[in-house]
Structures are given as structure tokens and as C-alpha cells.
Design a binder for this molecule. Structure first.
Ligand code: GDP
Ligand code: MG
Length: 302
């Protein structure tokens, strides 16, 4: 049997369900998910293995207009994700009509010369009679090779999608060993899980202002010790994160530790700190520090 493998970039507006889809298909969490837009900041690969192929999915930050250094870095990630991939898949929220902001996504897709897919996501909450008109609308915008209605949440429609992807990927041996499910090192996954819990447990404008850096990641025989700092932009936000008598920090820490223990299969000691770094999203040095691809390059150079 021919074996196919290759790279597929998952693009789309914030909140379309890119990270949910990648996690669902990989079968475990590689990217954090939240109901707030712009949760994903870096491109992350997630691998899925079938008898007849290996698909390397690339989750990306949502396509949006870049205003801060952080946003520019995020769009840079999208651009790097598309480089050299075999297929680009645009995922859209099928519960919503085509909007002006979708034009921007279409432009990204049009720039790609290979096959493009349209994934109409969230069909678990979409009225079936909406789908055909929506498909027509999107067809008018771009000549997609394939269109799949799916639910990233329930997995509906995704078996056919994966088969179709594999059929279109070139004949090529697997790029990664079967037990490797992501390119994101555990140290950075840990930071992401802490950030996800901070986003999920706090409110309002806080999510965008939160960044997490792991200061220490020490693997002992029986215990993994992680020390991380949560950065926010203002004193008020720090107050919200800490909560009354430290209650919020405790909640974030416990939730993150439990999930990380489950994901990594080890006992974890997690210590969290909070720091204010005014306007870090506009600070290029700080944004660089958050770019784990760049951090990895620097570590290997040292
Ligand atoms: P991203 O910004 O494109 O990565 O979107 P996320 O994967 O973070 O998802 C954004 C929100 O949409 C989350 O609250 C998800 O639970 C939700 N979501 C994603 N896919 C589906 C789906 O197929 N059905 C439903 N009902 N919700 C979904
Ligand atoms: Mg995401």
C-alpha cells in the first residue's frame, strides 16, 4: 500500500476552531483552546498517524489585522506556517455568515499555489439548511479543491476529511516517529497550559494581556519541578490574577498542575509568580522571548 505524508496548514479567523480540530485529530492536547479570540500565538505542529499515511497539521494564530508587536509576530507565524506545506485548509465557523473579515482569510488562501480545502466547522450547532447557501457563498470567493462540513468538537465529518487529505499528500515516508505527536517541547506546553487556565478562569480584557514564561523546568526522578511567571500589563490585572488572598492563583495553579500531570504522566510541583510588565505586547524583546521556535534556535546555538 502506498504511504503518503506531508504538511497541512490550518488557517482561519480567530475562534473558528483551528486548535480544537488539531487536538481532536491528534487525539491529545497539543494546543490550548478558549472561547476568547486570539488564544493561539505560535504555530504548532500536531501529527496524526494512519495505516496509509502521516499527516502533520500546523495550527496557527487566527488571521486578524496586526496592530501590536505581538500581533505582527502572530501573523508572521501564519506566514511561516504556510511556507512549504502541501495543502492549506481554511476553517470557518459555519454558524456565521460570510463577513467582510473573511475576505482577509481568502487572500491568504489565494496566495497559496497548492490545493486548498474549506472546512465548515461547528456543524453540531449549525442548521443543516444553512450549509448549501454558505458553501455557494464561499465557492464564489475561491475555487476550493474540497469542501467539508465538520465538527472539530464531536469529530463529525473528520474521518472523510483525513482520508481525503492523505489521498492528496505526496507518496513519502513518515516525517516523524509514530510516538511524536507535536513539535512543541514540554517546557512550552507547560507555559501554554498555565496561560489557558489563566484565560479560562479570569474575565474581560485580561486574556490578551497574559503571557507565561517558564523560568525553571527540572526533571527529577519522581517529580517534575516547574517554575513559571505570569506576566500582565497592569497592577489591576495582577490583582485579578492573584485574587482574594491568592485564591485565583491557587485555582489556576491547581488546574494547570492537574492537566499537566495527566498530559505528561508525571507528578508535578508547579510554582507560579505574577509580574507586571507594562505594555509588553508592544515590546519586541518580550515578544521575541515568547516565540518558542526562536528560543529553541537560541538554546541550540549556545
Ligand atoms: P481557534 O481560535 O480557531 O483556535 O479556535 P479554538 O479551537 O480555540 O475554539 C474556539 C471556540 O470554539 C472554543 O470555545 C471551542 O470549544 C469552540 N469550538 C471549536 N470547534 C467547535 C465545534 O465544532 N463545535 C462547537 N460547538 N464549538 C466549537
Ligand atoms: Mg487556536
Amino acid at each position: 500500500m502506498a504511504f503518503h505524508s506531508g504538511f497541512i496548514a490550518i488557517l482561519g479567523r480567530p475562534n473558528a476552531g483551528k486548535s480544537t480540530l488539531v487536538n481532536k485529530l491528534v487525539g491529545r492536547k497539543v494546543a490550548i483552546v478558549s472561547p476568547r479570540p486570539q488564544t493561539t500565538r505560535n504555530r504548532i505542529q500536531g501529527m496524526l498517524n494512519r495505516e496509509n499515511g502521516q499527516v502533520v497539521l500546523i495550527d496557527t494564530p487566527g488571521i486578524h489585522r496586526a496592530t501590536t508587536a505581538l500581533n505582527r509576530q502572530m501573523m508572521q507565524e501564519v506566514s511561516q506556517a504556510v511556507e512549504g506545506v502541501d495543502i492549506v485548509s481554511l476553517i470557518v465557523d459555519a454558524t456565521e455568515d460570510f463577513q467582510a473579515a473573511d475576505r482577509h482569510s481568502v487572500e491568504w488562501v489565494k496566495r497559496f499555489s497548492g490545493p486548498t480545502y474549506l472546512l465548515l466547522n461547528k456543524v453540531d450547532r449549525t442548521r443543516k439548511d444553512r450549509l448549501l447557501p454558505l458553501i455557494d457563498r464561499w465557492r464564489g470567493e475561491n475555487d476550493f479543491e474540497e469542501i467539508f462540513p465538520i465538527s472539530a468538537l464531536t469529530g463529525e465529518g473528520t474521518l472523510d476529511l483525513v482520508e481525503s487529505w492523505i489521498a492528496r499528500l505526496p507518496e513519502h515516508p513518515a516525517y516523524f516517529p509514530e510516538d511524536q505527536y507535536t513539535d512543541q517541547p514540554e517546557r512550552f506546553l507547560a507555559a501554554e497550559i498555565v496561560r489557558e487556565k489563566a484565560i479560562l478562569l479570569t474575565r474581560e480584557e485580561l486574556p490578551h494581556a497574559v503571557a507565561v514564561l517558564v523560568d525553571d523546568f527540572e526533571e527529577g526522578e519522581k517529580l517534575l519541578k516547574i517554575r513559571a511567571t505570569i506576566y500582565v500589563e497592569r497592577e489591576g490585572q495582577k490583582g485579578i490574577l492573584i485574587g482574594r488572598g491568592g485564591s485565583m492563583m491557587k485555582e489556576i495553579g491547581t488546574a494547570a498542575r492537574k492537566e499537566l500531570e495527566e498530559l505528561l504522566g508525571v507528578k508535578i510541583f508547579l510554582e507560579l509568580f505574577v509580574k507586571v510588565q507594562a505594555n509588553w505586547r508592544g515590546n519586541r524583546a518580550m515578544v521575541k522571548q515568547l516565540d518558542w521556535h526562536r528560543q529553541l534556535e537560541q538554546m541550540s546555538e549556545e
